[in-house]
Design a protein around this ligand. Sequence first.
Ligand SMILES: *Cc1c(COP(=O)(O)O)cnc(C)c1O
Length: 414
Amino acid sequence: MSTPVRDLSTHLIHHPYLPPADFVAPQPGVFKASTVIFPNVVAMRTREWKDKSGYTYGLHGTPTTFILEERLCALEGGLQCLLVPSGLAAIANVALALLKTGDEVLIPDNAYGPNKTLAEGELKAFGITHRYYDALNPADLVEKISPQTRLVWVEAAGSCTLEFPDLPALVEICRAKGVISALDNTWGAGLAFRPFDFAGVPGARYGVDISMQALTKYPSGGGDVLMGSIITTDVALHMRLKLTHMRLGLGVSGNDTEMVLRSLPSIALRYGAHDASTRALAVWCTQCPEFAQVLHPALQNSPGHASWRALCGAQDASQDAALLGRAAGLFSVMLHSRYTRDQVDLFCDSLALFKLGYSWGGPMSLVVPYELAEMRTHWPAHLSRGHLVRFSIGLEAVADLQADLQQALQKAFH
Ligand SMILES: *Cc1c(COP(=O)(O)O)cnc(C)c1O
C-alpha cells in the first residue's frame, strides 16, 4: 500500500529537504527556537540543559546564543557567559541569585542608578539590606563590609560622574573578606581593561568574580538592541547564576543575538573612535568658562585619574595623557552654579546634533541633564557645585560636535 498523499499544510510543516551541511560564511547562522526537536525519548530524558553539550529548549540556548557567549568570554577574558534581555536584567540576575533574606549588598554611591533602585525596591522588600559606599575610598568599603555582606558591586568609571575607583584595591578587600565582587563593566566593555586579571597593575593579585555588561552599549553599537551578559571564571559561581537565570526565564532572541554578533567584530575600532573624539571634546570643554568642572578619567584633574591610568594602560605619564590608555565615549560637565536650571535646559535644548536621550554606545551623540542631589546620599566633596550634564559621544565629526556645543553655550549663557 502506498503512503497516502499528505495534506499540503502537513507537507510544508514536515518537508524532508535538508540543505548540505557545511555552509561557511563570515557570520554564523541565526537559529531561532522555543522548541528544540530531540531524535528519540532517550535523548529527551538525558540531554543536559546546564552546559553546552546539547540543546533542550530555546531558553537554554541555541547555536547562535552559544557562539555569542563564547565570543563575549573572549572579549572579557572569562570562561562562562549568560545572556539576558538587558543590562539591568543582568544586574537583577546577579542580585537574585546571590542574595537572600538577611543578606546585605554594598553598592557604590556613584553606581548605575537602576542598580540602586533595585536594592531600594525588590531587594528591600525581600528583606535584603543595602548600603552605599564611597568608591573612591577603599577604607569606606572595609568599614561597611559586615558578616551579612554577600555581594559587593564595583563600577569603573562611575555612572554619570565618571570617578574612577582603585578597582584592584576594592577587589582585594572583597577577597580578603570572602565576599563576591561583581563589576558593572559596561564602560570598560572588555576593552579598557581586563576585568578578571587586571594584568599590568603592579601588586594586583585578583580580578573580579563577576563581570556584567549592558551589551546594549558598545557590543551592539547601534542604539537598537537591548541585551546583557554575565561573565565568570568559576564554574560553581556560574551555575548559581545560571539556575536563577533558568528559573526566571531570562532568554534572548535569535534576532537580537544576531545583531550583537554582527557588531562585535568592529567593537575595538568603534570604541577607539568614540574614545578619541570624546577626549578631544572633553579637553576643549576644559577651556570653556561656563564649565566649573569637566569629568573624564583621562583628564588630570578628574576624580580617580591615577587609578584610571594604572588600570587602563596609561602608565607612561611622560606622554600626553590625553592620548594614552583607553576610555569609553562619555564625559560630563558641571555647569557653573551661577546659572539657572532654565539656562541649563536651554543649553541642552539648543544642541542640534546631540540628541536628548538615555543610553550610549551608538553612532549618535546624546546629552542628558541630571539632578545630582537626587542621585547621591550627599554631594561629593570632589565635585563642584553646579548643574551636571552628561554627553555621550557618537561617531560624528569632532569639529561638528564642537561647533554644536559652542553655539548652544552662546545661546544659553551669553
Ligand atoms: C545602560 C547601562 C546599564 C543597563 O543596561 P540596559 O540594557 O539599558 O538595561 C547598566 N549599567 C550601566 C553602567 C549602563 O550604562
